[in-house]
Design a protein around this ligand. Structure first.
Ligand code: FES
Length: 131
C-alpha cells in the first residue's frame, strides 16, 4: 500500500494560432505534452483530437473530412434522395478508412470508440489547445 499526496500533473496550453489565420474548413497539427493533436475549424466551431486512430494508431487527424452523406429511402428500401448534411462532418483515417464524427470524435458505426478529445479555447483572438 502506498501513502502520500496524489500527484496532479499540469497540462500545457499550446498556442495554435490566431483566429484570423485559422481558415474555415482547415486544420492544424500541433504538439501538446509531447503528443500530436489535430485542431479543426468546421462551421465556425473548433475541435481537437489526439492524432491516433483507434484501429491501428494511424494519423487520423491528417485524413480527409467532409460533410456527412445523407440518404432518404422509401418503405421498400429504394433510394429516394441523396444529399449532404453540412452541419456535421466525418473524418476519415488515411490508413484504413475508419470514420469518426468530427463533432464528437466517435466512430460513426460504433460510438463506444471515440478519439481522445482536447479542449480548445479562444482568448483575445488566439486559439489554444490543451488536454
Ligand atoms: S489505423 Fe486508422 S483506420 Fe486503421
Amino acid at each position: 500500500m502506498t501513502t502520500g499526496t496524489p500527484t496532479v500533473q499540469a497540462t500545457k496550453r499550446v498556442h495554435v494560432g490566431s483566429e484570423a489565420e485559422f481558415e474555415e474548413g482547415s486544420r492544424k497539427i500541433v504538439e501538446v505534452d509531447g503528443k500530436r493533436v489535430g485542431v479543426f475549424k468546421y462551421r465556425g466551431k473548433y475541435r481537437a483530437y489526439l492524432n491516433v486512430c483507434l484501429h491501428q494508431g494511424g494519423p487520423v487527424c491528417e485524413g480527409k473530412y467532409f460533410p456527412r452523406t445523407t440518404a432518404e429511402v422509401n418503405d421498400g428500401g429504394e433510394l429516394i434522395k441523396e444529399g449532404s448534411d453540412f452541419d456535421s462532418a466525418h473524418l476519415v483515417c488515411p490508413w484504413h478508412g475508419w470514420e469518426y464524427d468530427l463533432a464528437t470524435g466517435e466512430h460513426v458505426a460504433d460510438s463506444s470508440y471515440a478519439l481522445k478529445k482536447y479542449t480548445v479555447t479562444i482568448e483575445d483572438g488566439d486559439v489554444y489547445v490543451q488536454q
